[in-house]
Design a protein around this ligand. Sequence first.
Ligand code: PEP
Ligand code: MG
Length: 325
Amino acid sequence: RQSRLRTLVDRPARTRDGMEIRLQANLELAEDVELAKANGAHGVGLYRTEFLYMNRADLPDEEEHLANYSAMLGALDGRPITIRTLDLGVDKHSEALARPGSNVSNPALGLRAIRLCLKEPELFRPQVRAILRASALGPVRLMLPLVTSVHEIDRVLTIVAELKRQLDRDGLAYDAAMPIGAMIEVPAAALTAHAIARRMDFLSIGTNDLIQYTLAIDRLDDAVNDLFDPAHPAILRLIRLTIEAGRALDVPVGMCGEMAGDPRFTRLLLGMGLREFSMQPGALLDIKEILLDSDADALARRADQFFARLDESDSTDLLAVFDAA
Ligand code: PEP
Ligand code: MG
């Protein structure tokens, strides 16, 4: 089976009825670029940048960020990369920062990700400046984690506009049209996906946190691990809302949570209209095998039937309607 999967590496990711799908890799370390390429990734749909901050006593400066992103672009040979701004807090910490979340009762609901960045702009600005500068070197998108309200987006866009003026003054190049997107990983963001999509160039659904926050299940707590259920109707409805908001405004919607690399859901997600899947590189060929054998049009009709019956039956049983479509 592994050798059969290997034969799919260079096959275009296209459904039987000709729908182009983007299969991208999630990366945590620059070294994993080779793994992404070996598995035929179109690009990097989620580059987690927290490692730049961890296991050290100081903070990375703009030049260090830029050197890292530019090396990534070089290794990717023209493939696009989506760089997520830092998502520190809860499970990922930096010694150089007072540990947000270490002495509060609900760290997952605390000062993390974009919230931390907006509170401490000196942490955020060097990274955003470096991402802008990297956009002059290759196809780069900037992605914001844990967006909860449009006010956060408006503040980020103001900062980006300021930094662009600064770069102009400094005579440093950037791509003026670099796409900026939001992760949809808080229920409030999914429920207001329309307003968010109006301000953003793309959306990416982060199911790991979306499930945690929607089902009130700590994603790191083994005692409730069995309740962490991507097939919960509430999760499926929030995903659907997000995809439909993007479609209505012509804003591309992808998924970069674990669910995107889970073969149980590939056909349902294709049927719901998802066209960009980003996952750990090791899952890419399994997912490609499924989509090569799928008919997106037929799956769209099945997805409608699936949602029409969602209140009557167990969603896990209902998923059987996608077998062999
Ligand atoms: C997610 O929450 O689904 C996600 C992709 O981000 P992370 O796992 O880094 O929180
Ligand atoms: Mg997340």
